[in-house]
Design a protein around this ligand. Structure first.
Ligand code: AMP
Length: 283
């Protein structure tokens, strides 16, 4: 049976009794787990002696008008999925446990990686992510931690955090797990009505198309116009952003002669639900 800890002292007591030579893998999540999370957990279970996963809906990474209170919570089902995929421990602290004073942000410098894409659309979001991930790293002290490329920008920012703060942890990026029609799996897909769900697939369809055809467009601006046209023609979704950036450093790519590897990023509102996806444009 998976062991569940809800307080830091209980978890720490368990952690400090683990043999030093044991490799500890860690998969932080916000719960409402699906096969995307499960793939991270099974990678960790393969590569470590023990896998710890956390379920914590972190208030400091939600904006005031975002979905914190309605974010899906289903801890029992999450525990089953974790156990089935090889996790040994679930750390599921309360908000008061992680933020004993109050869940307010403390400042981190995220430099240029944090001010574009989701950083621009969701001010303070990555600050909150970095805050909670560094708290969790301090508590869990993993050797390896697993993050999904679904949140590509987040993965880059976590790598930067680890380098800057000298955390003794290896960060592993795991490929995006998709539904059979291509939609990237996300806990937020649970919000979609049947009609919205059928439209949401347009995002991955556009990305798959661009992977094959982007070099036929004159430049990145031409691709952007194509993408907004496709979104409005094929769906009632509202485009939040579409960008082509370098995979390394997330720098703007305007034309293809650039030696940087281009990576496409998209975010759109499907009804009230904000969906994100991304794809490397080179093979
Ligand atoms: P979340 O619960 O949304 O905070 O996600 C927890 C971790 O699971 C993050 O590292 C995500 O990038 C990863 N993740 C979420 N969805 C997917 C997916 N469809 N494929 C791969 N990883 C994912």
């Amino acid at each position: 049976m998976i062991q569940i800890f809800r307080t830091i002292p209980e978890f720490r007591n368990f952690r400090k009794n683990l043999p030093r030579e044991m490799k500890v893998g860690f998969v932080p999540t916000m719960g409402a787990l699906h096969e995307g999370h499960a793939s991270l957990v099974s990678s960790s279970a393969k590569e470590n002696d023990i896998t710890i996963s956390s379920v914590f809906v972190n208030p400091t990474q939600f904006g005031p008008k975002e979905d914190l209170s309605k974010y899906p919570r289903m801890l029992e089902k999450d525990a089953e999925i974790l156990e089935k995929n090889g996790a040994t421990v679930l750390f599921a602290p309360s908000t008061a446990e992680i933020y004993p004073e109050s869940p307010s942000q403390i400042g981190f410098t995220i430099q240029s990686l944090g001010d574009k894409l989701c950083g621009a659309s969701r001010p303070g979001h990555f600050n909150g992510v970095v805050q909670v991930v560094s708290l969790l790293f301090h508590i869990v002290r993993p050797d390896n931690a697993y993050f999904g490329e679904k949140d590509f920008q987040q993965l880059m920012i976590i790598r930067q955090l680890v380098a800057e703060q000298h955390f003794e942890v290896n960060i592993h990026g795991c490929p995006i797990v998709r539904e059979s029609d291509g939609l990237a799996m996300s806990s937020r897909n649970l919000y979609l009505s049947a009609e919205e769900r059928s439209q949401a697939v347009v995002l991955s369809q556009i990305l798959f198309y661009l992977k094959e055809h982007y070099h036929q467009f004159k430049d990145a601006d031409a691709v952007k116009s194509f993408v907004s046209e496709q979104i409005s023609k094929k769906s009632v979704m509202r485009l939040d952003y579409f960008e082509i950036l370098s995979e390394k450093g997330l720098k703007d790519i305007a034309v293809w002669e650039n030696t940087e590897k281009p990576h496409a990023f998209i975010a759109a509102f499907c009804g009230n639900t904000r969906l994100i996806d991304n794809i490397p444009l080179f093979s």
